[in-house]
Write a protein that binds this ligand. Structure first.
Ligand SMILES: [Ca+2]
Length: 524
């Protein structure tokens, strides 16, 4: 097209862009979300974007996609570990003060952080402190001699110590079985070392004040010198043995206090994958916690097409945690890098995947999404197959696709590439975008309380109200097959304005039409 002809097409282009931006949503352009009460995007660097064609995703690749993430509406990124490590996943660190050379350099990462901040995107990195890699210099030194400083960085016991004796368990059939031990023998040594996750991941000794100081130094390095915004704490409940829960709680309070000396508003989110009564006491040291239970409940509700219990369950969790720390941040998500991908968890049913996303972004919390979820990537365990390369474009055109692994699940034949989805207003990607945008622009959805709305005899309907001082919204999800007619409930008779809908919903009198597998958000 010649340049001087462009003007004639402007009205058409404007109309087209309106359609692409989710036309069913009454636009009001200002974002009211403010991180950490905003959407965070989890990235496995190795699989995200490869800038130099060596097959491994890297920091420069990620930097080149920041505009995409900004456009998606995310306001923070959580990066899985990037420090030197012998494993592909890097959850066993061999040098806590550097970046793995496959991913780039510290300078590359500082540039990434700066560019992210320029786009109002915060950066949170994974901190794996329970254990190091057996390849860490500290451990290699410790193995040499118990008089070396780094010996006490790890947890040792003499071979005669009762704790390290083999545990023999009697099985129901009468046979005896030697149970796996967490204590590992070192050739030619009288001492064994402890490891919660396997012999290549020796546990660090948090009873040692020198190790504690080293951990603070690591934290302050990334916050102060590199300029990140916070940490996601891996395996937070295991730094002391499980039977010393109180020591675990106290340790993270100490850690938070030390990190605040460098960055007053440091963000710390913890992985405590356990029932609520075990998670709760961590909230004083770790003010943001992943809500594993709600992710599972949302997937269960969409699979069973029954949303009756969902709101009560979320309310119970929130009330319990708020009783411990009124300002806690409820980090909600569907699935993460340790779980089968959400699309696979709903058996590749795109209607159900959309309903799961619609629930995530309309219920309370600070939602996280796992890279590729927004384009419908699939994946079932083992772990590396839930961490496959992001599909940016059709294979022949995809300049950024990582190739370090032969994917089993998310391939050109199963996934519509991002570039194609960007051109389709009905794509899953644009569905995610419209939901994130709805949330970011809404006080009620970002900050509001959650109230149960009782509707009789319609198990596929999940209805609730979200209310804060500025706004009140009635949210109705139809998780089932078949269109539903819902009578506006008591107390919500005047919520007749369609604020947002994922399909065409209408209100006539006190009746709301909610098409199958769709969501409508009503206001007064
Ligand atoms: Ca690369």
């Amino acid at each position: 097209m010649k340049r001087h002809n462009t003007n004639r097409f402007l009205p058409l282009l404007f109309l087209l862009s309106l359609l692409l931006s989710g036309a069913l949503y009454a636009q009001n352009t200002k974002n009211v979300s403010k991180w950490p009460r905003a959407v965070t995007y989890e990235i496995f660097v190795q699989s995200f974007a490869d800038s130099d064609g060596d097959g491994i995703g890297d920091i420069k690749g990620m930097t080149s996609r920041l505009d995409y993430l900004s456009d998606l509406g995310v306001e923070a990124i959580w990066l899985m570990p990037m420090s030197p490590s012998p494993s592909y996943h890097k959850y066993d660190v061999s040098d806590y003060y550097d970046i793995h050379p496959d991913y780039g350099t510290l300078e590359d990462f500082k540039t990434f952080v700066k560019e992210a901040h320029n786009r109002n995107i915060r950066v949170v990195i994974d901190m794996v402190l329970n254990h190091s890699s057996s390849q860490n210099l500290w451990f290699k030194e410790a193995l040499k001699d118990q008089h070396i400083k780094y010996w006490d960085y790890y947890v040792w016991a003499h071979k005669d110590d009762p704790r390290v004796q083999p545990v023999i368990r009697k099985m129901p059939d009468g046979t005896e079985r030697r149970m796996r031990s967490n204590w590992n023998v070192v050739p030619e040594s009288d001492y064994l070392y402890f490891s919660h996750f396997g012999r290549n991941m020796p546990d660090l000794n948090f009873d040692n004040p020198k190790l504690q100081q080293e951990v603070f130094k690591i934290g302050k390095f990334w916050l102060g010198e590199v300029g990140i915004d916070g940490f996601r704490l891996d395996a937070a409940r295991h730094v002391f043995p499980d039977e010393r829960a109180t020591d675990n709680h106290k340790w993270w309070e100490y850690f938070l206090q030390e990190m605040k000396k460098v960055k007053e508003d440091v963000y710390i989110v913890g992985e405590v994958w356990a029932p609520a009564e075990i998670v709760g006491p961590y909230l004083n040291g770790i003010p943001a916690l992943f809500n594993f239970d709600m992710g599972l409940e949302i997937i269960k509700a969409v699979n069973e097409e029954n949303g009756n219990q969902l709101v009560e369950k979320h309310r119970n969790i929130i009330e319990y945690y708020q009783s411990i720390n009124p300002d806690y941040i409820d980090c909600t998500f569907l699935t993460n890098h340790d779980q089968n991908r959400v699309m696979s968890s709903v058996n590749n049913d795109h209607d159900k995947a959309r309903m799961a996303a619609a629930l995530l972004f309309t219920l309370p919390g600070a939602p996280y999404l796992y890279y590729g979820e927004e384009i419908g990537m699939v994946g079932t365990k083992p772990d590396q197959y839930i961490r496959e390369p992001f599909i940016w474009d059709k294979k022949e055109k995809d300049q950024l696709r990582a190739t370090w692994i032969q994917p089993r699940n998310s391939t050109d034949s199963t996934i519509i590439p991002l570039a194609v989805q960007q051109q389709d207003k009905n794509s899953l990607l644009n569905f995610y975008k419209s939901l994130i945008s709805l949330r970011n622009k809404s006080y009620a959805l970002t900050y509001g309380d959650l109230s149960t709305v009782k509707l009789q005899g319609q198990p596929a309907i999940c209805a609730f109200a979200r209310t804060d001082a500025n706004q009140s919204l009635l949210v109705i999800h139809n998780l089932g097959k078949g269109n539903a007619t819902v009578k506006l409930p008591q107390g919500y008779q005047d919520y007749k304005t369609v604020h947002f809908s994922t399909k065409t919903s209408t209100v006539k009198g006190s009746q709301v039409q909610v098409p199958e597998y769709s969501t409508v958000v009503l206001s007064k």
